[in-house]
Design a protein. Sequence first.
Length: 82
Amino acid sequence: MANSAFMKPLKVSAELAEVVGKGPMPRSEVVKKLWVYIKKNNLQDPKAKRNIVADANLKKVFGGKAVVDMFEMTKLVSKHLS
């Protein structure tokens, strides 16, 4: 059960819920829904695919940052899960 922490449903902050929907949901589900949102709204930087260009909803999740890379995104999203 090494992955049980990854599968445990977590509370989703109000800001993050605007993007992925209301929790609780496991981190893996949050990340999946985040990518669906990013792709649907075309928020990946076409020149640097690793960078996510935040819209108004994502800015709330990203602490006001306009552009974050994938690794930073994961860290910032964690702050919205409990």
